[in-house]
Design a protein around this ligand. Structure first.
Ligand SMILES: *[C@@H]1O[C@H](CO)[C@@H](O)[C@H](O)[C@H]1NC(C)=O
Ligand SMILES: *[C@@H]1O[C@H](CO)[C@@H](O)[C@H](O)[C@H]1NC(C)=O
Ligand SMILES: *[C@@H]1O[C@H](CO)[C@@H](O)[C@H](O)[C@H]1NC(C)=O
Length: 361
């Protein structure tokens, strides 16, 4: 049995999202905020102070110093996507387990370099797709797997949008070709694609077709796009992702016997509980004036926010490697890789003028 030692986290960089994950590490059992590194020591010190790092936490003026600290078990990497390959590979070589922000890489070729480094150094990698870890997600999966309730999957529709301001469109790293070249596709489309794959039990689609009308900025970075996917057995999916429309996080999963729907799939409306709607064998009322039965709402309470569930699961896996000699869990990198493959296919479809792109693993 593993000793109850906490997993020591180091954070590379002071990205905005790192504040949320720092809080999650604090809330999560068996996880400790141990070190923060930034290119500027002052920035790192300020971040540590503002984000509840314990007084004992190490503050470093470089990312390398975090990776060189032998007490650091795992690193959270919220750096711009173009820097992932360098820092994720270095971290793996220093035997640090990796919680890597999404999109995990600029393309699957880069991701494979990262995954190879993790595998050959025996470290766990997990991407920071938080909603996957909400207890609601597991509940919804039970519904989807119940053929008498849901039946066979036919179609998925996913939408994640938020409206950014002028400053974001000019200055945010997510619109810069040298930092986050995948733009809205990598930032918000990632979640849509992940939700579709999740609903399809991570069976990859056969082909992807981006819909005409993607919006790109003058540097060619995607600000909004839509795409469709098709599977061998006739299942289909669509998604829309955008920086140019007001906030939506919608997911509909359509089966032969039932339907799953909800409107806050990436970030629940509330932190301590989340709901979803299911319809099972709905029809019309006798005079076709309404639905019968109506959808039912299911609410799942949670003591911890979804990002703390994510950190706990990651620390559990790291702990079993560190203390029990377990092997890294392959499920999470497989999910990352499949998501990246579909992201790449959508990008390729747009780049080729909206051609159908076969998805090859
Ligand atoms: C924390 O670690 C201990 C010892 O490894 C383990 O028994 C316990 O289940 C862990 N707690 C969580 C919430 O992972
Ligand atoms: C759907 O429900 C019916 C019973 O109402 C059942 O016979 C059927 O096997 C279920 N599954 C599918 C895939 O439609
Ligand atoms: C949605 O629109 C409202 C009104 O313009 C704006 O205040 C709000 O910031 C927008 N939110 C997002 C996330 O797009």
């Amino acid at each position: 049995m593993a000793p109850p030692s906490p997993i020591n986290f180091g954070i590379l960089g002071c990205a905005f999202i790192a504040g949320k994950v720092s809080r999650a590490i604090t809330l999560s059992p068996n996880s400790t905020l141990y070190a923060i590194g930034s290119r500027s020591y002052e920035k790192a010190a300020k971040f540590a102070k503002e984000n509840g790092f314990p007084d004992s936490a190490k503050v470093y003026g470089s990312y390398d110093a975090v990776l060189d600290d032998p007490e650091v078990d795992a690193v959270y990497v919220p750096l711009p996507t173009s820097l992932h390959i360098k820092w994720a590979v270095l971290a793996a070589r220093k035997k640090k387990h990796l919680l890597l922000e999404k999109p995990v890489a600029l393309n699957v070729g880069e991701l494979d370099v990262i995954l190879e480094a993790c595998e050959s150094n025996g470290v766990q990698i997990m991407d920071a797709t938080m909603w996957m870890h909400h207890p609601r997600t597991a509940k919804m999966k039970e519904f989807l797997l119940d053929s008498s309730l849901f039946g066979e999957l036919k179609s998925v529709h996913s939408c994640f949008t938020f409206a950014v301001d002028k400053n974001f469109l000019e200055n945010d790293i997510r619109v810069k070709p040298d930092l986050d070249a995948l733009g809205a596709l990598g930032d918000v489309g990632w979640y849509c694609i992940r939700s579709i794959l999740w609903a399809a039990d991570f069976e990859l689609p056969k082909s992807v077709l981006a819909l005409r009308g993607a919006v790109l900025n003058s540097a060619g970075v995607i600000l909004a796009c839509s795409a469709s996917m098709q599977w061998e057995d006739g299942k289909t999916a669509t998604f829309h992702c955008s920086f140019l429309a007001n906030l939506t996080m919608d997911l509909s999963v359509v089966g032969t016997n039932g339907t799953l729907r909800f409107h806050d799939f990436v970030i629940p409306f509330e932190e301590n509980k989340a709901s979803f709607l299911t319809s099972v064998k709905s029809g019309f009322t006798e005079l076709v004036t309404g639905w019968e039965p109506k959808p039912s709402e299911h609410t799942v309470s949670t003591d911890l926010p979804q990002e703390a569930h994510m950190v706990s699961e990651f620390s559990r896996l790291v702990g079993s490697i560190k203390f029990d000699g377990a092997k890294p869990e392959t499920k999470w990198p497989t999910f990352s890789r499949k998501t990246q493959l579909v992201v790449d296919a959508v990008k390729t479809s747009i780049d080729r003028g909206y051609e159908v792109v076969e998805v090859k693993s």
